[in-house]
Design a protein. Sequence first.
Length: 132
Amino acid sequence: MRLSHLADYAVVLMTAAARRPAGARLSATELSAETGVPLPTAQKLMGQLAGSGLLTSARGATGGFALAKPAAEITLADIVEAVEGPIAMTVCSEGRNDCALDAHCRVKPHMGVVGNAVRGALGAVSLTELAR
């Protein structure tokens, strides 16, 4: 399994945000400059992360983005799922039945266990740990 560029960039942005004092307001421009994530991508991702409840946003002169909860309560799984959607190792894990092997597959019933293990591993890594 490999993270997409967007998921990787989201982790980088969230890690940079976690290094700031609690409640600090950040702009996409600041985080883009600090991390090297292109500004349009940072803007898009910060909107997605806010939409997923990981960041809060406020408009105006004192506006910007901030972590929606303490970094210790945000996991790598939360960030990945905010960008990629639910963690699923295979098409059938997503509940789809369009696999050519579907009628004969003996592994399908067990792929949920695999997906849960991967999510559990990613969920065990907090944003605090990533920001160190």
